[in-house]
Design a protein around this ligand. Structure first.
Ligand code: P6P
Length: 332
């Protein structure tokens, strides 16, 4: 059987997938087209004047890379005109992105990190676009922030595009996790990883050990657990790319755990670096759909009620066995 495109796969499962409506399919298509444009720029980054920094600082206090800015503009431009959204939130924008009246509004809310891991671009490390889709709850007009600050468990879909040795789309609409690989010869993402399930346990732990001195004692105990061989426990390898989409993708396929614990470096960011809406929630939705777990050290990521568009959260995500060990040591 020839490999299915994303839309063919979505429609094939239409009966069990309430989301396989025209509007959702259109939204997914717009995201795919934006990703193709971004992938083209990422793949030619060394040859175009898109490497380096814009000189601006974003709401996260980070240097804005030219490709970050490009990816953000492509996504906003295309999706604002889709007529399918009632608002958007980008990791690069301080406030909600309204949909101008003339473009028409729909019933979905899109949250995205346009190019996560972009500080790695110059070194040609895999980076990615992360997205979450929520459904409108009530009809406040203009949209109010409280309406869009929904728990991750309310996501109707989530996924990422991975710009690596090949360009991939991995996403879920709540009916399992499916991976598609871009085939430049036909210009389509084709089904390559149907129904991804994360191994029950793994042999890889992924964390930036350079922050050891910033962690509390319980966190150090957790990292020491994965570093210390014991009878009956696998010897774990440490893999850390420093690009969430790449580190998560490896964890999803191979098993194990990715960790970004809270650290005490910056009193303003005691919860660590990763953002709840743009990074933790979409990855948590995917990993739970694949049979894994995602917690902040005490509770499921998907159960956290967001208070702010850019709030940060500690993240422990991956195979059940490893994440449950984290909860055990934290005493959750
Ligand atoms: P650190 C990239 O900047 C990012 O947001 C994620 O993609 C990645 O997991 C993390 O930061 C890496 O952070 O502090 O280890 O460099």
């Amino acid at each position: 059987m020839r490999q299915l495109t994303v839309i063919e796969h979505l429609l094939l499962h239409q009966k069990e997938n309430p989301l396989a409506t025209g509007n959702f399919t259109h939204l997914l298509n717009e995201l795919i087209l934006a990703a193709k444009i971004i992938a083209r720029a990422v793949n030619k980054a060394g040859l175009m004047d898109v490497l380096g920094e814009t000189g601006e600082i974003n709401v996260q206090g980070e240097q804005v890379q030219k490709l970050d800015d490009f990816a953000n503009r492509v996504l906003i431009h295309r999706l604002q005109r889709s007529g399918l959204l009632y608002a958007m939130a980008s990791e690069e924008n301080a406030d909600l992105i309204e949909i101008p009246e003339q473009f028409g509004r729909g019933n979905y809310f899109l949250v995205f990190d346009p190019l996560d891991g972009s500080s790695n671009i110059a070194a040609n490390v895999s980076i990615g676009t992360i997205f979450s889709i929520y459904r409108r709850k009530n009809g406040s007009d203009p949209v109010i922030l409280s309406e869009v600050l929904q728990k991750g468990s309310e996501q109707v879909a989530a996924g990422y595009f991975l710009y690596g040795s090949s360009t991939m789309l991995v996403y879920s609409t709540g009916q399992g996790v499916h991976g598609f690989t871009f085939d430049p010869s036909v210009g389509e993402f084709l089904l390559s990883h149907p129904d991804i399930k994360i191994p029950e346990k793994g042999k890889i732990y992924s964390v930036n050990e350079g922050y050891w001195s910033y962690w509390d004692d319980k966190t150090k105990e957790i990292i020491s657990y994965f570093k210390t061989p014991e009878p009956g426990k696998p010897t774990y390898s440490l893999r850390y790319i420093g690009s969430l989409v790449a580190d998560f993708h490896r964890t999803l396929l191979y098993g194990g755990i990715f960790m970004y614990p809270k650290d005490l470096r910056d009193p303003k960011k005691p919860t660590g670096k990763l953002r709840l809406l743009y990074e933790a929630n979409p990855m948590a939705f995917l990993v739970e759909q694949a049979g894994g777990m995602a917690v902040d050290g005490e509770r499921p990521i998907l159960e956290i009620q967001p208070e702010d568009l850019h709030q940060r959260v500690p993240l422990f995500i991956g195979s059940k066995t490893e994440v449950q060990k984290v909860l055990e040591i934290y005493g959750a």
